[in-house]
Design a protein around this ligand. Structure first.
Ligand code: HEC
Ligand code: HEC
Length: 507
């Protein structure tokens, strides 16, 4: 939140030494910055490098009192833990749920949780979503007869969770690549770090005894974990037109190497008030969501918490779960209802709203309005050299540097016509990862703002399951369609590798 930040900066001037660590004083506001500093375009960028870097509204919201009020109301909704007790604010949690708030998994809205050894939804460092799927199906179909797509592991008593978290195990296995985890010059990966020369990846298992459903055979299924991406800047990604996205896809099909896969069309008639009709998926690692108005956040505020609202007047729940819960004598006794009535309540399509439309609208102003932090240090010669190497190594084949948003972005006109630098093509590629879980063909992760994760979240974990512990490991995990780019990086002299990473830290 920008006003708070300005206030802090003022405080820094007064008590300069007290808040040196906040880094805000690095920014020279009187300087003329080149175009590429404006990662989110002139209208979507904020100049800040502190731990609040991913929380700011875009300038158009900051400058409009009514919008700013909505933004703050929306931020509170994202920040608060929902409760089941209807006599308090932010109620409606459950009966079964994934987390109590957005911030439980999206610390600072882009700060990403930590790589953890235990799936514990009460641990604020654990931002993972759990997926249970059929490894034998070509599309790795989710076990959706039993579990919701994003698996629920919590319930409000007397309901029971579909999976008991004590029975979920994350094992970090070591991996040695075809070069013995070394660069061409013989230096081991992550040289100088305690984990030098190693690579790790997660394997997730779930005990049969942890599953609520007696007839579900866990041995026929596999589980995997996916970590958060970021919420900041998603309004700007939403403002890229479908036509431009389809053009990028066509361009990649024609070029003869690493042709990306575009998300399937999703019919959003009745779900998107601004742009009804079909749109290609562009959000999430698997591009399963198209526009922000029916996007991961718009759905998460309902399906992560199971808080109903006028356009989501039913539970995020499976029929199997409703059947098993309705038969549970503890549930029947606590609700004072027979099986049929419990079942009907759980599966009802006409539940009362637990969130108002006004709250939801404010939530979307916040979601759409989160700005991107400006790039830093771009004029530094080493960063400039790193930029050249990024282009030379072919990273831009997928990490497309810039896009221009559509001329008429109706939900927030200020985000129209912006040249933005997200470093993604919004298409999916196969990096040939070892044990990728469900995310084998992954959307190219936007790289904007990533260099600040260390300040915002206190770690540098990367990739969809956070297997990479720093930028270097993220690059050497690239294989498959990106093998050539990885090999070019491996062959670089040390100073060049460092320069390229300095560029990634700067954008
Ligand atoms: C259980 C942890 C969890 C919670 C809670 C959660 N998310 Fe997410 N979110 C994720 C994960 C993991 C991804 C990446 C998912 C994927 O691709 O499958 C994600 C992806 C997203 C994306 C897509 C970003 C992109 O670039 O495609 C947005 C936006 C988002 N979440 C917003 C929200 C909002 C808003 C809330 C609160 C209503 C929320 N999330 C709650 C875990 C969570
Ligand atoms: C063929 C397409 C492709 C090419 C080429 C490519 N990348 Fe990627 N990159 C991806 C995809 C896809 C992901 C997400 C993979 C995942 O998380 O499983 C990714 C992820 C990353 C990440 C981790 C982002 C995060 O926060 O999790 C970094 C850093 C990165 N790439 C840098 C590079 C660099 C540097 C190069 C060039 C040396 C490069 N990439 C070349 C497709 C590509």
């Amino acid at each position: 939140m920008r006003r708070y930040h300005i206030f802090l900066t003022t405080l820094c001037v007064v008590f300069f030494t007290a808040c040196e660590k906040d880094n805000t004083e690095n920014i020279n506001v009187s300087k003329e910055y080149g175009e590429e500093y404006y990662a989110g375009g002139k209208a979507g960028t904020v100049f800040i490098t502190s731990s609040f870097a991913y929380k700011q509204p875009v300038p158009a919201i900051d400058e409009d009192a009514a919008l700013y009020k909505q933004f703050m109301r929306g931020e509170r909704i994202a920040d608060k833990s929902f409760v089941s007790d209807t006599s308090m604010g932010y109620s409606g949690l459950g009966p079964v749920y994934i987390r109590k708030s957005c911030i439980a998994c999206h610390p600072s809205y882009g700060g990403r949780g930590h790589r953890v050894d235990k799936y514990d939804s009460n641990d604020s460092r654990c931002s993972y979503l759990l997926m249970v799927y059929d490894p034998a199906s070509p599309t790795l179909a989710l076990a959706s007869k039993y579990f919701t797509g994003m698996t629920q592991t919590r319930a409000v008593a007397p309901f029971k969770a579909p999976i008991n978290e004590d029975g979920i195990h994350i094992e970090w296995r070591t991996h040695v690549d075809e070069h013995g985890n070394k660069y061409e010059d013989g230096t081991p990966y992550s040289s100088g770090m305690p984990y030098e020369g190693t690579l790790i990846y997660p394997l997730v298992t779930i005990d049969q005894s942890a599953v609520l459903f007696n007839d579900f055979d866990m041995s026929k299924y596999t589980a995997s974990i996916e970590a958060t991406i970021g919420i900041y800047g998603t309004g700007l990604l939403d403002a890229i037109s479908d036509e431009d996205l389809r053009d990028e896809y066509q361009r990649q099909q024609a070029r003869g190497y690493c042709p990306g896969i575009i998300g399937a069309d999703i019919d959003e008639t009745g779900l998107n008030p601004y742009y009804p009709g079909k749109h290609p998926g562009r959000f999430t690692y698997l591009c399963t969501r198209a526009t922000l108005d029916n996007g991961p956040g718009a759905n998460a505020i309902w399906n992560i918490t199971n808080v109903t609202r006028p356009d989501r007047s039913y539970h995020y729940i499976t029929d199997e779960y409703a059947q098993v819960s309705a038969k549970d004598p503890d549930v029947q006794a606590a609700l004072g209802k027979p099986e049929q009535e419990v079942y009907e309540y759980l599966m009802s399509k006409n539940l009362n709203s637990e969130m108002t439309t006004a709250d939801y609208d404010a939530f979307m102003v916040w979601h759409r309005g989160l700005a991107v932090p400006a790039a830093r240090d771009l004029d530094n010669p080493m960063v400039q050299q790193g930029k050249e190497l990024f282009y030379e190594a072919g990273c831009t084949a997928c990490h497309r540097p810039s896009w221009t948003t559509r001329a008429d972005y109706k939900p927030l006109p200020a985000l129209s016509n912006q040249k933005i630098y997200p470093y993604t093509d919004l298409l999916r590629h196969d990096l040939g990862l070892k044990e990728p879980g469900r995310v084998q063909v992954c959307r190219t992760t936007p790289l904007w703002g990533r260099g600040l994760t260390k300040i915002v979240s206190g770690h540098t974990d990367k990739m969809h399951d956070l297997r990479a512990r720093n930028f270097e490991e993220a690059i050497v995990w690239h294989g498959g369609e990106a093998l050539q780019a990885k090999e070019k990086f491996r062959a670089m002299p040390r100073e060049d590798r460092e320069a390229l990473i300095k560029f990634l830290e700067a954008i």
